[in-house]
Design a protein. Structure first.
Length: 290
């Protein structure tokens, strides 16, 4: 099937053009990316990033476009990721493509598109699942509401989890998400109370303030305090200070493990194109606690 036709349909079904994106903080300093990326991505920061074949024989899904992920993809395929760039949660955060990445994609006719905000936008459908609802399903959360607007979309959920104390909840999350450890900040009561789930980069004071107004007592997110980018360091410091003031418990379960479930649970949507569809697990991201 023609690549352009597939991309147009996906963008329509997932409202990709509805939500603005801004990745110029990486694009503007990367001349190689500017030379290889599509004009649309460079202009709008959305959709198809690289077009290396006109035809698609297989679709792959992943959270981040890592080198490991690219090595597992067959020829003339479309890789669809949540993020346009790979992530190093214990380093400087998002990172650009390597020469090896470009070589893999170009030699194998691998095209790449991403859906960031449109995959975060809260959805709980059979074939299209958002990051918030995807992780909530894995944790068996009884969702009571949605909150936190990001680029025009509500992206987080809150509700009740089947464990009453923080001690029990930490062990439960480790088991359900596959973490051997979590970043836990016990700033409040040992009672878990109302739980907020903010996938990915939820270490944000404004998000926390909204959670506080809703009465959330335990706040589960991905990134908390490990990323070394100066912006992230400052942001995390303010976030944790405010959480302590509000007496809200913070549980960091990694960027990857609070988002990747939506890609897995949306596989059935992409099967509508009558191609084999596969979700690729990022083994290295499973080990990172950012």
């Amino acid at each position: 099937m023609n690549l352009d036709d597939i991309v147009i349909q996906i963008k329509k079904d997932w409202d990709v053009d509805k939500y603005p994106e801004d990745w110029n903080f990486i694009i503007e300093t990367d001349d190689k990316l500017k030379a290889k990326a599509t004009e649309q991505f460079l202009k709008e920061n959305r959709g198809l990033i690289f077009k290396n074949s006109n035809e698609v024989k297989k679709i792959y899904l992943a959270c981040f476009p890592s080198t490991q992920v690219l090595k597992e993809i067959s020829k003339d395929s479309l890789l669809i990721t949540h993020h346009p760039f790979d992530w190093n949660g214990i380093g400087m955060g998002f990172k650009t493509y390597s020469d090896e990445d470009y070589k893999i994609m170009e030699e194998n006719g691998i095209s790449l598109m991403f859906m960031h905000v449109s995959w975060d936008a809260v959805r709980n459908e059979k074939d299209r699942v958002s990051t918030g609802y995807g992780t909530a399903k894995i944790l068996n959360m009884s969702v009571r509401g949605e909150f936190q607007e990001y680029h025009g979309a509500l992206v987080s959920v809150y509700g009740a989890l089947p464990l009453k104390t923080i001690d029990e909840l930490v062990k439960y999350i480790q088991e359900k998400l596959g973490n051997n450890s979590l970043n836990v900040f016990r700033f409040g009561s040992n009672e878990s109370g109302l739980v907020g789930l903010v996938p990915g980069g939820g270490n944000d004071v404004d998000m926390l303030q909204e959670a506080h107004k809703l009465g959330i007592r335990t706040y589960i997110t991905g990134c908390t305090n490990k990323c070394q980018h100066p912006y992230s360091v400052s942001k995390s410091k303010e976030f944790l200070k405010k959480a302590k003031e509000y007496k809200i418990n913070i549980i960091g379960a990694s960027h990857y493990l609070t988002e990747k479930w939506a890609m897995q649970q949306s596989v059935s949507y992409f099967k509508k194109f009558n191609f084999p569809v596969k979700f690729i697990e990022n083994i290295e991201q499973m080990k990172i606690l950012d």
